[in-house]
Write a protein that binds this ligand. Structure first.
Ligand SMILES: [Zn+2]
Length: 282
């Protein structure tokens, strides 16, 4: 794991011990690919992992009702291992529909292994297979953002992936503020089993206070969701609360563009209309 403290250094030379400790410290503490949130409006992003069919059927519709779009991190092989016994996964046609409606397609791994458990060669193959599978959605698709399956990462895999994607989303709970880490963006689960309206309201309030970037992640969207899913009611409430309180609703790619443009506010590409969206417009 990223914060593994169980490495046995007995028998190592002193230089090797020092190097090992330094590497572990870096893994925990160094943002090797920084994202500076400067003068940005509060941003809320809704993401779905794997993804279950209901995320496309219901989740995308809820977002579109608020003129918002989400980011869907796809495991191209259908997330076979993780999905066994779980909710049915999205079809290619469903992915084409959400892509056509303006949602972002992001990258998971092809067959959903934790990246920390495979070699870099295996990871490279997983990424190539996934990119190839996602080209079936649209051959011109560009997949620029990644989410770690199970939120599991090491410093080695983080460095590898952050060099290949604009961002990598973790499941480390938190709001991205100030100097954020593009190699391990913080996020918060939007799961009906562990989060309620009060918690969502608290998170949105904190995001507004610190002008941060709050990324929710979920899986299925159903009246009786899995332990990793969300009900349509809670999802709708969260999207509405974020929008009505003046947050910008953006995909991961959209948020990165907004943050980059905010760093140079005179840039003509700065999406002022997004930032200036009236808070009570549903
Ligand atoms: Zn996953």
């Amino acid at each position: 794991m990223f914060g593994n403290s169980s490495l046995d250094l007995d028998g190592w030379s002193l230089p090797a011990k020092i190097a090992g400790k330094a590497s572990r410290f870096l893994a925990r503490n160094v943002r090797s690919k920084a994202l500076v949130l400067h003068e940005t409006p509060p941003i809320v992003t809704f993401t779905f992992d794997d993804v279950p069919a209901s995320a496309c059927e219901i989740g995308a519709d809820v977002l579109e009702d608020y003129d918002a779009r989400g980011t869907f991190y796809i495991a191209g092989r259908g997330c076979a291992e993780a999905g066994s016994g779980g909710p049915p996964l999205a079809s290619l046609d469903q992915l084409r529909t959400i892509w056509g409606n303006g949602h972002e397609i992001g990258c998971h791994t092809y067959s959903h292994p934790a990246v920390s458990r495979i070699s870099l060669d295996q990871l490279r193959v997983e990424l190539e297979q996934n990119q190839s599978a996602l080209k079936n959605i649209d051959r011109d698709i560009e997949v620029r953002n990644f989410a770690y399956p199970y939120g599991d990462l090491t410093f080695r895999t983080k460095r590898y992936l952050e060099a290949r994607f604009d961002s990598c989303r973790s499941v480390d709970r938190g709001i991205n503020v100030g100097m954020a880490d593009l190699g391990s963006l913080k996020a918060w689960p939007l799961e009906s089993g562990s989060v309620d309206r009060a918690k969502v309201a608290e998170l949105i309030a904190r995001t507004i206070e610190c002008r941060g970037w709050l990324i929710f992640y979920s899986h299925d969207v159903a009246e009786r969701p899995s332990k990793y899913g969300v009900s349509p009611d809670l999802l709708q409430w969260a999207v509405g609360a974020a929008k009505m309180n003046g947050c910008v609703l953006a995909t991961v790619a959209g948020a990165l563009k907004l943050i980059a443009a905010a760093a140079v506010p005179n840039d003509p590409s700065y999406p002022k209309t997004m930032a200036a969206a009236p808070p009570d417009r549903a």
